[in-house]
Design a protein around this ligand. Structure first.
Ligand code: MG
Ligand code: MG
Length: 256
């Protein structure tokens, strides 16, 4: 899974090098598709069943789009943000990660939204080292976002990941009494989950667009999404979709 995670990280490095005013989301998607091909990695998003099969190797969601946006000939403009979510498998094992990128200079309020969303993902990973149950992590995540004055999207959640991209358990970024009672899980060694907070500047509510895939905020305010695939090991959480230098060197790099 670390191998797949490193390829996904590499795809994000490529995205980072390409994202700028004037590029289209479709161009970036095609570059990442070629990158997966070059690394003998199988893209996981293309062909995902729906009313229409998902047509690209990445989801690219711009500004008020939350998740599941379809890459297209849309030209990115300075001040936009674009959430790029992608995944691949290597040797039959999956990796899945999302980053929201600023396009050129962005408004300070929007930068604050990115800081909150990447920050709440970092917080969750940190808490996974010391908390025993996901409900405790999710409760802290929701509080972190609330303290920023933003909202956690509740329609979509993270997930277990392994041989398949989407496995049990469901991994919400908020905690309800029903979750704590019926769906909570232990953070035990061997568990691998994709943690993926989606944070809205305004209302938490989302709606689907007519393309059957793109999810947008109902109020048109911006939304951000960050995701890592994280393994719990005897030595604590290891971010499988982090780069070689940033990852916890002890555990992650031994796995490669
Ligand atoms: Mg993803
Ligand atoms: Mg995911």
């Amino acid at each position: 899974m670390r191998r797949a995670g490193l390829v996904v990280w590499g795809a994000h490095q490529l995205a980072l090098s390409l994202v700028r005013p004037g590029v289209t989301t479709g161009e970036m998607d095609r570059a990442i598709e070629q990158f997966f091909l070059d690394h003998s990695a199988v893209p996981l998003f293309k062909g995902v069943p729906g009313k229409v099969p998902f047509p690209a190797v990445c989801c690219m969601s711009v500004n008020e789009e939350v998740v599941h946006g379809i890459p297209s000939d849309r030209v990115l403009l300075a001040g936009d943000i674009v959430s790029i979510d992608t995944g691949c498998s290597v040797g039959g094992w999956c990796g899945d990660s999302a980053v929201t990128y600023p396009v050129g200079d962005i408004h300070s309020d929007v930068q604050r939204l990115l800081d909150c969303t990447s920050g709440v993902l970092a917080l969750a990973i940190e808490l996974m080292a010391t908390r025993n149950r996901w409900s405790d992590v999710a409760t802290e995540m929701a509080k972190f976002v609330r303290d920023y004055g933003f909202t956690v999207v509740e329609n979509f959640v993270g997930h277990g990941i392994g041989r398949k991209m989407h496995e049990d358990p469901q991994v919400p970024n908020f905690c309800t009494p029903s979750f704590r009672r019926n769906h909570d899980f232990e953070l035990e060694s061997g568990l691998v989950i994709a943690v993926e907070p989606m944070v809205n500047m305004g209302s938490k509510k989302v709606r689907a667009l007519p393309d059957h895939w793109t999810q947008s905020t109902v109020d048109g305010q911006p939304s951000a999404h960050f995701e890592h695939t994280v393994a719990i090991t005897e030595n604590g959480p290891v971010v499988l979709t982090a780069g070689p230098a940033a990852a916890d060197a002890s555990a992650a790099d031994e796995l490669v």
